[in-house]
Design a binder for this molecule. Structure first.
Ligand code: NPW
Ligand code: ADP
Ligand code: K
Length: 541
């Protein structure tokens, strides 16, 4: 489980360690310097030809950058530090100077004038324009962004913003970008607390974050600017364990531990039965994908309940193990490949039938996945959805439509600018658990739905973020597969719905990768890859 913390929690965790005199900044700088050396090696740059530009802000983030600069210079790398503030971390600056780092000072408020220290590091000689540092930037194979970390307030301003603008233009003009950008703690300008991007940010290839994962690095759209994120723990694990996280991310080992594996005493009905209402004359393939994904995820039985003979025949052609007679189910997937009003009536009828069967048997009503064409038939009353295990699986456009239809007008762009906020609003408005699809999938649920995770501390957090897939997943039918995986999980496990949704997102992304690592895949490919993917995940159990 990866736990993402906000600024307050980080400060609370670091405070006692700093008071105890632990040299956290030196350790942080060591981690940054090691990451820079790793990137230089990856680019095949010999140490004698290595050049690094470190962007230095006025706080401790800049301090990390200055110590890292000194450590690199100590090893023979040519390092320049561009100070975007007059006052920077004094010990860091002294350390950098001592090891021969070239110090350039950017004028405040983005004015292009610069000055450079002389070799004694005391007087500053004026440089007429910004050419010196831009030249340095174009020569450097690695840029280290240490302008601001968790201390940032609002979007980048002044010299920091100007520097990002110039570097972005420099980068765009490059034919072959043989350069890496490493962000210290966070890409400067991003908040530790959330995923909103409110100003210019230098997109990083790699972020070395201090002490623990920051919530903002797990949340879109900010997460998309951080590149590969690695946590430098700095021995603060016990301190962070005492803090509340703002967001969580399941890892494969968590999924393995929570996965509903059948035991020797199980039979098909104890494992759980899934009903599927999906596919139509217009989109028959959605039924095949949803049923296939559920079967290959593993459940006692899949009933295809749409009562559309032509589509049912196609499903049976692909999966003869599908049952097409009505009967009791523990979960129901509604909506993939449904489009018109007749389809929606069909959803309501099938739902009424399965609820009636459950009622007659004295069992709880089945859990529900509302996907695609069924999102519009979700009951209006949030209490109704809260009482049963219901989960919605919209993408940003569908979420905007759903909220707008329920008196909370919003468009797709606003959802995409702050999905963590809108997914929570959707939980409040609908009463259901909501899985918002995208490059990063966000899941939020009514808080009581998080109680009782098997061995996982989830009580205090209402938000999960999964980023297990790749852009190859963005292909028609991909969402139908996710709905099938989630349906099978809901039918076979009593675990909290948000956890099951996060597990489904992880397995979905991994199966697409497993089907063809690093290349294109079709939803049919990743349906076929599901059993192998799961077997691999379950080795971590
Ligand atoms: N605490 C620890 O033990 C450890 C902490 N560590 C490190 O400390 C970092 C936190 O340091 P911090 O608290 O000093 O703040 P920090 O991120 O440097 O930001 C302040 C700077 O940002 C600037 N700035 C702000 N807003 C801005 C804007 N909109 N636009 C432009 N500039 C803006 C602000 O400028 P000012 O507003 O003062 O003009 C000032 O220069 C943390 O992220 C981690 O890297 C590690 O060493 C491990 C040990
Ligand atoms: N850029 C991306 N990176 C990773 N996963 C993505 C990306 N774009 C979409 N996905 C995933 O692909 C699936 C697309 O689902 P959906 O939008 O419902 O497509 P469809 O309706 O065509 O099946 C979702 O699970 C989503 O999270
Ligand atoms: K930074």
């Amino acid at each position: 489980m990866i736990r993402g913390y906000g600024r307050q929690a980080v400060q609370a965790a670091e405070g006692p360690a700093l008071s105890a005199g632990r040299p956290l900044m030196r350790w942080a700088a060591g981690g940054v310097a090691a990451a820079v050396r790793g990137e230089l090696d990856g680019l095949g740059v010999p140490r004698s030809k290595a050049r690094v530009l470190v962007l230095v802000g006025g706080g401790n983030n800049g301090g990390d950058g200055l110590f890292a600069a000194g450590l690199l210079a100590e090893r023979g790398v040519v390092v320049s530090a561009l100070l975007v503030r007059e006052q920077v971390h004094a010990d860091g600056l002294a350390f950098a100077r001592r090891h021969g780092v070239r110090i350039l000072v950017h004028a405040p408020d983005g004015a292009p004038a610069l000055r450079e220290e002389d070799s004694a590091g005391e007087a500053h000689s004026p440089i007429p324009d910004g050419v010196a540092w831009v030249r340095e930037a174009s020569l450097a194979q690695v840029w280290v962004d240490a302008m601001a970390g968790i201390g940032v307030r609002g979007g980048l301003r002044g010299a920091s913003a100007a520097v990002v603008g110039v570097l972005d233009r420099l980068r765009q003009g490059q034919v072959r970008p043989a350069r890496r950008v490493i962000a210290v703690d966070t890409p400067s300008g991003l908040s530790a607390d959330g995923g909103v991007v409110s100003g210019p940010v230098l997109r990083a290839d790699r972020t070395v974050t201090m002490g623990a994962m920051k919530a903002g690095l797990l949340l879109p759209p900010a997460a998309g600017l951080a590149g590969r994120v690695e946590v430098l723990e700095l021995g603060l694990e016990p301190e962070f364990a005492a803090q509340a996280a703002l967001v969580e991310r399941l890892e494969a080992a968590d999924v393995a531990r929570l996965w509903p594996v059948p035991g020797p005493g199980d039979h098909k009905y104890t494992r759980g039965v899934l009903g599927v209402v999906a596919g139509s004359g217009t989109y028959p393939g959605a039924a095949v994908l949803t049923v296939g994904a559920a079967l290959r995820t593993g459940c006692g039985m899949v009933r295809y309940l749409s009562k559309d003979g032509a589509v049912a025949d196609r499903v049976l052609d692909h999966y003869p193990e599908t049952v097409t007679t009505p009967g009791r189910v523990q979960a129901l997937v509604l909506g993939p490949g449904l489009s018109d009003e007749r389809d929606q009536d069909r959803v309501r009828e099938r739902l009424a039938e399965v609820d009636e069967l459950a009622d007659a048997a004295g069992t709880p009503p089945p859990a529900l996945v509302y996907d695609a064409g069924a999102l519009s038939v979700l009951p209006q009353d949030p209490q109704v959805n809260r009482r049963r295990r219901a989960v919605l699986t919209p993408h940003a456009g569908e979420l905007a439509e759903l909220l707008s239809a329920r008196g909370t007008p919003v468009d797709r762009a606003r959802v995409e600018a702050d999905p963590a906020r809108w997914v929570r609003i959707a939980v409040e408005v609908t009463g259901a658990t909501v899985l918002l699809k995208g490059a990063v999938t966000l899941i939020a649920g009514p808080s009581q739905a998080f109680d009782g995770g098997k061995g996982i501390r989830t009580g205090e957090v209402g938000l999960l973020s999964q980023a297990d897939g790749s852009p190859w997943l963005a292909t028609a039918g991909s969402g139908d597969v996710l709905a099938g995986i989630l349906g099978a999980l809901l039918a076979t496990s009593e675990a909290p719905v948000p956890l099951l949704a996060a597990m489904a997102a992880l397995v979905h992304g991994r199966a697409a990768h497993w089907a063809n690592p690093g290349g294109p895949v079709t939803p049919s490919d990743f349906v076929r890859a599901l059993p192998g993917t799961l077997a691999q995940v379950l080795t971590l159990r």
